[in-house]
Design a protein around this ligand. Sequence first.
Ligand SMILES: Cc1cc2nc3c(=O)[nH]c(=O)nc-3n(C[C@H](O)[C@H](O)[C@H](O)COP(=O)(O)O)c2cc1C
Length: 211
Amino acid sequence: MRSTIQPPITGQTAPASRPKVAIIVGSTRPGRKAEAVATWVHTLAAHRDDATFEVVDIADYALPHLDEPVPPRAGHYSHPHTHAWAQKIGSYDAYVFVTPEYNASVPGALKNAIDFLYAEWNGKAAGFVGYGIQGGIRAVEHLRQILGDLEVAPMPTTVALTLADDFQDHVHFTPGAVPAENVALMLDELVARTARSRAAGRVGADLVGHE
Ligand SMILES: Cc1cc2nc3c(=O)[nH]c(=O)nc-3n(C[C@H](O)[C@H](O)[C@H](O)COP(=O)(O)O)c2cc1C
């Protein structure tokens, strides 16, 4: 099976449907904070009428360490778990990555989940919500670099949650007002960018297909 991105269609009418945005839970660790953070982002996004939002948990896809014999860029996926993951990710127009910082970078499970695919990410846009001792900034910066290779456009506003300020006793999620304002800004950027790209017929879930 092969994944392809179709060339732009000149004069194509802008899709009338609202962009679909996946909020990706970047940690698979038992007891993870990522679920609470992703749910918070989803709650803040839910009132918007310019896009639809869903939480996507990479733990639900039980991906092994990358086991595809052919590099994903070629689009020849062979395993059922890859097809399931590709179908899910390919169905969105944009992404919000919720990521903790592990050893100054992204969790291995998140990097692995990204590595599995190519066409499904390619040409879309992404926003970032990081958390850690210093707001997960190093993880987010690495994500920007990783996604750059997939030609994913990173949004400028980063949401940085610190364990000291946004998690009571460093454990229970108690976000302040400023991070919530930053989520709104980041989503504004993400939705506007995605709407522009879709109107130009350049990207979109509807342009990702499988042979
Ligand atoms: C393997 C590991 C490495 C970590 N490394 C860092 C780090 O480099 N910087 C940081 O700010 N926090 C670090 N932490 C703390 C995490 O940011 C914190 O435990 C966070 O809750 C993890 O997210 P999760 O609960 O959603 O998995 C690390 C945690 C783990 C488990």
